[in-house]
Structures are given as C-alpha cells and as structure tokens.
Design a protein around this ligand. Structure first.
Ligand SMILES: Cc1cc2nc3c(=O)[nH]c(=O)nc-3n(C[C@H](O)[C@H](O)[C@H](O)COP(=O)(O)OP(=O)(O)OC[C@H]3O[C@@H](n4cnc5c(N)ncnc54)[C@H](O)[C@@H]3O)c2cc1C
Length: 113
C-alpha cells in the first residue's frame, strides 16, 4: 500500500500499489492482524450476553456483565479502542469487584476482603 492523494478533508488514505504482490514460501503462517474480539473466550462462556458485534455487554460504569460476579472491560467490550480506555475500564471494574466481594455472604466465618 501507499498513501494516496488527499481527499476533500485533506486526509491521505492507503491505496494498493499495483502489481506489488509477491509469494513467499513458508512452513507455517501465524495470522496476527485485525482487532476483532477473540471468540475463544466468548464461546467458552455462552451464558454471558454479547452485542451483535460479538463484544461482551457490560455496564459502562461497573463492567458488570449479565453473569453475576463476572466483569469485563477493554476491547472485548468496546471493540478496538485504546490502552487508556481499557485501563479506565479495568479501574472501574476493580472497584465494582471489590464492592461485589465485600457484599458476598460470609464464608468460613469471615467476610471476603
Ligand atoms: C496493531 C495495534 C496497534 C495499537 N496501537 C495502539 C496505540 O498506539 N495506542 C493505544 O492506546 N492503543 C493501541 N492499540 C489498541 C490497544 O492495544 C488495545 O486497545 C488494548 O490493548 C486493549 O486492552 P485489553 O486489555 O482490553 O485487551 P488486550 O490487550 O488484547 O488483552 C487481552 C488479553 O487477554 C488474553 N486472553 C485472550 N483470550 C484469553 C483466554 N481465553 N484466556 C486467558 N487469556 C486470554 C490475551 O492473550 C491478552 O493478553 C493498538 C492495537 C493494535 C492491534
């Protein structure tokens, strides 16, 4: 690809370079492109509600999912985004998880802390 001519907004978009494709002999190919959610996780937990895009439905403030005690945040909730958003979601979820654990019925005579 190469950057094309600027569009009306001044943005230059990538355009294919004609006849630039080539073949490479390989023993194994690991595809590591794209930023869709990893389906292994969501398939392994079919009782967690998903959006139509295959991301996990979670409360924006707490990260709570449809499964009690399970919290989610980051790209698996928002779709491809940024590290700072994932960190923010993690921080909110940590506080919500703390509250959740504090309010669990006491086990073995002590409250979870
Ligand atoms: C090429 C590229 C460039 C980017 N550049 C930037 C940038 O410059 N700035 C920026 O802010 N953001 C950038 N991003 C986006 C950023 O990387 C993501 O938004 C961020 O990493 C999301 O964090 P996360 O914790 O939600 O997910 P991830 O960082 O993807 O973490 C998910 C983790 O879960 C693990 N996992 C998956 N399935 C399972 C399972 N079944 N069991 C156990 N573990 C599992 C994975 O191995 C992974 O470690 C970029 C993304 C890409 C792909």
């Amino acid at each position: 690809m190469e950057l094309g001519e600027p569009d009306a907004s001044g943005q230059r978009k990538p355009v294919p370079v004609k006849d630039s494709e080539f073949e490479l002999e390989c023993d194994a190919v690991i595809v590591a492109v794209g930023n869709a959610p990893n389906p292994i996780l969501t398939k392994a937990t079919p009782d967690i509600e998903l959006t139509k895009w295959g991301t996990i439905k979670a409360d924006a403030e707490t990260g709570a999912t449809s499964k009690p005690g399970v919290y989610a945040g980051g790209d698996i909730v928002s779709g491809a985004a940024t590290v700072i958003l994932a960190m923010g979601a993690g921080r909110k979820a940590a506080a919500a998880i703390h509250d959740y654990l504090q309010n669990l019925p006491a086990k073995h005579g002590t409250k979870a802390s």
